[in-house]
Design a protein around this ligand. Structure first.
Ligand SMILES: [Zn+2]
Length: 119
């Protein structure tokens, strides 16, 4: 085999190895992506199952104590969420008085606290 053929052969060999490595890396990355995607979908399924179970046991006083504790936790958080949502909704219709800084209705003509005329 001549020098040129030899060099071409070696180059092709190196190229093939590099391609194989690239394919392996791509396959691994695809597997990692599929794994993360499956885990995320499984978490959503667990959450969906949890919601169904929550509705089934929330009024069942004979349910397992750990389950009832979780039901209480969920109910407490739901109340907090409702309160915060209401506060945020309310805050959208409030503004600060330019004189005293207190919170006033967005459509009030005067400040409730200091009486300043609002524009
Ligand atoms: Zn004021």
């Amino acid at each position: 085999m001549g020098f040129l053929e030899d060099a071409v052969g070696k180059t092709k060999e190196v190229f093939d190895i590099a391609c194989k490595k690239t394919d392996e890396i791509l396959t691994l990355e695809k597997q990692k992506f599929t794994l993360a995607s499956l885990k995320s979908k499984r978490e959503k399924d667990f959450a969906a199952l949890g919601r169904i179970y929550f509705e089934l046991v929330k009024d069942d006083e004979d349910a397992d104590e750990d389950v009832l504790n979780l039901v209480d936790e969920i109910c407490d958080k739901s109340q907090e969420i409702e309160l915060l949502e209401a506060e945020i909704r309310y805050a959208k219709y409030q503004r600060a008085c330019h004189e005293c800084g207190s919170s006033v209705d967005a459509n009030s003509a005067f400040c409730n606290k200091c009486g300043a005329k609002l524009d």
